[in-house]
Design a protein around this ligand. Sequence first.
Ligand code: UD1
Length: 417
Amino acid sequence: MQNLIIRGGRRLGGDVSIHGAKNSVLPLICSTVLLNGKSILHNCPALTDVYAALDILESLGIEWSMSGSDIEIISKHPENFEISEELMLKMRSSVMFLGAILSRTGRAVISAPGGCRLGPRPIDIHISALKKLGAVMRESGGRLIFEALNGLVGTEIVLDFPSVGATENIIMAGALASGVTVIYNAAREPEIKDLTDFLIKCGADISGGGTDTVVIRGVNRLDCAEHTVIPDRIEAATYMAAAAATGGNITLKSVIPNHFNAVSEVLRESGCEINCSDNEAIISAPSRLDAVKAVKTRVYPGFPTDAGPMILSALSTARGTSVISESIFENRFGFTDELSRFGARVMVFGKVAVVDGVNSLSAAQCNCTDLRGGAALIIAALTANGESTVGNLCHIMRGYQDLSKNLRMLGADITEM
Ligand code: UD1
C-alpha cells in the first residue's frame, strides 16, 4: 500500500473494535527476555513496530510465532546480548530491551534507537537508572556497551521526569536484580500496569505498577504466563477524533473508557456527546465542533501527547480558535505544514499550536511525517471536500492495524493504492 485516496465529506457511523495497545505489547515482548518457557500474548495488533520487536527477539535467539492476534514466545536464556544498529533504528522502543537483556545476561550492547522524529529523544534517564542499579557503560564506535557482570543490584531511583520507557526499562531490570528497586516519580500510564500485571503472573514481586511509586523486589527466576494486552487508548482516540471531525456517530468496542477520559473531556467541550459503559464508548458529534480554549498535553492521566495531532486536525474546522500546548515533545506539531495544504489555519509557536477554525477543508496531496501526525492528516482528508491523497503510509503501519479498512466500514470513501 503506497497511498490512501480519500474522498472526504462523509459522516462516519457504525461500530469499530479497538485492537490491543501498541505501547503495551512492545514492552511485553521485551519482557519475555526475562522469562523461561512458553508465554502467550493475546490481543496483539499486527503492526510493523510489533514485527520489529519480534525481529529483535529472534536476533537474541528467542523463538516466536504469531497466529491471528496471539503471539507465542518460547523464552530461554538469550543466545546473544547485542542488538544490531539496523534493528535498533527501526523504532524507539528497541531501547526497552536494554533493561531485560542486561538483567538476564549481565551484558547488553545497543545503539541510539530510531522512532518518530518528534524532536530530541535522548535515553539519558534510562542510562542513569541502569548505572544506579550497578551497570557500567562505555561507548565504542557509536555502540553503547553495558555490563553488570555480577548482576544488577536494587536501589532507590528518583526519575527527573516520569518517562514511560525508562519506567518500563527499570521495572524489567529490577525484576531479576538482587534486592529491592524503588522507582519514585514513575510514569503512571496504563501500559505500565499492563507490564507489571504480566510480570507478576510470571512470578515477579512488584507492587505499585501504574502509580508514581513502583517497588520491585528482585526474584531469581521468572517463568511464563498467558496475558491479554489492554486496548489501545490512542487508537480509540483516533477514531473518536475522526467521528468528531466528520460529524459522525460511532461506537467503540473493546475499550477501557477510563483510559481516555482526558480525550473524552476535550471532545465533550467541543460539543460531542460521549457515553461510556464498561468496555464501550459511543461518540456522537455535532455537524460542526466548537473550538476548545486550551488543551495541554500532559503525562497520564492528563491529555496524551499522542492524541494531540488528531484532535488538532478535528478542531481545524471548529467554530472559533483553539489552542493546543504540547509539554512532552519539541516537534509534535511538525505535521501541521502538511495539514495546511488542506487549507487548515494553524500557527505554531514552539510547543504551542493556535488553530483558527475554517468553514471547510479542501482536498490535498500530503505525506505522513510521523505516526500520529499521519493519522491527523487522514482525519483532515476525511473532512475535506474532494479527493485527497495521503502518502508515506509506513508511519501509519507502525501504529494502526486495519485503519483504512475500519474507516471504510464506518462509511468513509477510502481506497488503498
Ligand atoms: C512512550 C510512548 C509514546 C508516547 C510517550 C509519551 C511507547 C512505546 N511509546 O514513549 O507513544 O508519546 O511515551 O507519552 O510506550 N526523555 C528524556 N530522556 C530519557 C527518556 C525520555 O529526555 O531518557 C524525554 C523524551 O525526549 C520526551 C519525554 O521525555 O521528550 C517523554 O519520553 P518518554 O515518556 O520516555 O516516552 P517514550 O517511552 O519514548
